[in-house]
Write a protein that binds this ligand. Structure first.
Ligand code: ARG
Length: 296
């Protein structure tokens, strides 16, 4: 079993203006606000856990007018080209409430030396939210429906020269693929098929040789799929006993970090972190011209 080669370098946004100002997913309720001090302490513990495992976390400043910017996963899709240069495809958020986040994130990524591009912006063109995208077994697996639009898949495939496997998300509570899917190594992943339509659920179960299948309830009430993997360690917000037993049998170590304040905004550990070390030619196979595969 080959462990994941990516997942050691992250970008995150320190929560200095995190609040629930609007409701764009079923978890958000403006009457249920996070405690700012507790949220910051939880975020710091999460960063500490990742760093303790040998990962690095670069930190961006939160815009005061962007309460959801803490969910750094959705700022953009970062990749390392074969010559070692870095590129970020910026997200084009479905909801206008989040679009200003990219206005700060784009110059920040550019300032780190990355080139940037977009598939749509300012409400024009395809929506893309990077929380929907994963490298797995050489392909870019991308959820579409509630947030990312199917049109974005074609743009990603063509621009990056990769194979994109589209999965249609139908569950309103699992509005990003990262609430229902978490690659663990080159053969295994946490998978919650009830997030997807029947054809996409079947396609994902076929793509993952050894799936750890989550029930809808496990995924929605514990956010356990919204985890990050650093080598053989899975950093999780919570882990049902059954899931832990399987992970440990497979040789993974589970590290729990409580980020419950961030569940009020509808995101957990994976949403709060954005891996920027996914490499073309290593984690994603080079497919000249690109290709999009959709379940029949
Ligand atoms: N409130 C944010 C939104 O609805 C949460 C984002 C969660 N992030 C993620 N990668 N699933 O957009």
């Amino acid at each position: 079993m080959e462990q994941l080669q990516w997942g050691r370098r992250y970008v995150a946004v320190e929560p200095s203006h995190f609040r629930i100002e609007y409701a764009i997913n079923p978890f958000m309720d403006v009457a249920d606000q996070p405690d700012p001090a507790l949220a910051l302490a939880q975020w710091q513990a999460m960063v500490g856990a990742i760093e303790g495992l040998g990962g690095t976390v670069d930190v961006l400043t939160q815009r005061p007018d962007a309460p959801d910017m803490v969910y750094a996963m959705n700022l953009g899709l970062g990749l390392v080209r074969q010559d070692g240069s870095r590129h970020v495809v910026m997200s084009h958020m479905r909801y206008a409430e989040r679009r200003m986040e990219t206005l700060s994130a784009q110059p920040w990524f550019a300032g780190t030396g990355a080139t940037t591009s977009y598939v749509g912006r300012d409400g024009v063109g395809a929506h893309l939210e990077a929380g929907d995208a994963f490298a797995f077994r050489g392909d870019l697996v991308v959820g579409h429906g509630p947030r990312t639009e199917e049109l974005a898949l074609k743009h990603l495939a063509t621009e990056l020269g990769v194979r994109v496997r589209g999965l249609r998300i139908t569950h309103p509570g699992m509005y990003h693929l990262d609430l229902a899917f978490c690659p663990l190594d080159d053969r295994r992943a946490l998978v919650c098929p009830s997030a997807l339509d029947d054809a996409s659920a079947a396609a994902l179960l076929e793509l993952v040789p050894e799936p750890l299948v989550l029930t809808e309830e496990e995924a929605l009430t514990t956010f356990c799929a919204n985890s990050v993997v650093v080598g053989r360690t899975v950093v999780m917000p919570a882990c049902p006993d059954r899931v832990r037993a399987q992970l440990e049998e497979w040789g993974f170590e589970v590290v729990l970090v409580d980020v419950s304040e961030f569940h009020k905004g509808g995101g957990s550990i994976r949403c709060l972190t954005n891996p920027v070390d996914i490499a073309l030619g290593r984690d994603l196979a080079v497919v000249p011209g690109g290709e999009v595969l959709l379940p029949a």
